[in-house]
Ligand binder design. Sequence first.
Ligand SMILES: C[S@@+](CC[C@H](N)C(=O)[O-])C[C@H]1O[C@@H](n2cnc3c(N)ncnc32)[C@H](O)[C@@H]1O
Length: 321
Amino acid sequence: MRFIDLFSGMGGFRLALEKNNLECVFSADNDKYACDTYNLNFYENSLLDITKIEENKIPDHEILCAGFPCQPFSIGGFRKGFDDIRGTLFFDIARILNKKKPEIFILENVQGLISHNKGNTFKVILDTLASKLNGLEHISKKEENLNYSVYWKILNSKDFNLPQNRPRVFIVGFKDHNIKFQFPSPLTRTMNLVDIFDKQPEIRKISDQSLDYIHTFLRNHKHNNFIKNLEYLVAYEIRKSRVAFRYDNNSPCLTTKMGTGGNNVPYLVKKNRFLTLKEGLKLQGFPINFKFTNSYSASLRQIGNSVSVKVVDQIIKSILK
Ligand SMILES: C[S@@+](CC[C@H](N)C(=O)[O-])C[C@H]1O[C@@H](n2cnc3c(N)ncnc32)[C@H](O)[C@@H]1O
């Protein structure tokens, strides 16, 4: 089966689907740095602005994958078709689905998509895509409906044997309404945060001032005695006004903010260093020999933007069952 990788980033969807013997026939992302990384690993230049791609230039495919940026929809409630979504990146997914009619799509987004714009954004998305929702007739579908049978669920990377708290909404659609889809069940946990620590890490130290913030907030933390000696204690969002901690052997959610520098990168308190690129790759299910051309911060931003490979791997296995 052939697939396309829209908003391809550093290729999380591509890795997972290729692992399952599917063939990528098209990819697109408008971020030069992400495309450099993609090119280095998949030997393909994906630098394209999706809003400018004509549908008929996209090769035929059976599966459309897209981890698209979340944008608000401003509708008055009186329009019933594609006009509601025009000007958003979801519109570009919808117009490609409308023209190419692949058998299956897999979309991914932040958990906040569900409550975004008071739930309106998610409603418009489902109303546009689905004439059947989670196996039942979808009553509030739009007139201009793409007629897919749609399933959605929040899956967290930490339930798929990746030690990272990363809840994401996945939306899977089938052209064939007879298909009964079930999202994958959690995997047995064999890997904790301590298991992914680099043996010979590249050390990036923190400033004395930021270290001071961490220890001040740690002293005042209600679980201070319990957490202060934990090997897997992680400090993140390190600010004078507040420092957040994670102490359940998972990393906090890796985000694009990591690309803006030091205090936005998770900090391993007992190791006295920031997370390394290799650790970031492992937390997202990428192989550690995955290559980057860009700086540490540009690479971290891509890792924070990417989809967790193992979660997509399990979804595609459930689809292909
Ligand atoms: C959430 S990330 C997807 C990451 C990807 N799934 C991965 O595994 O790395 C969203 C991506 O959309 C890209 N993007 C945003 N606007 C775009 C546009 N108009 N055309 C193409 N790509 C776009 C961003 O550069 C970013 O890489």
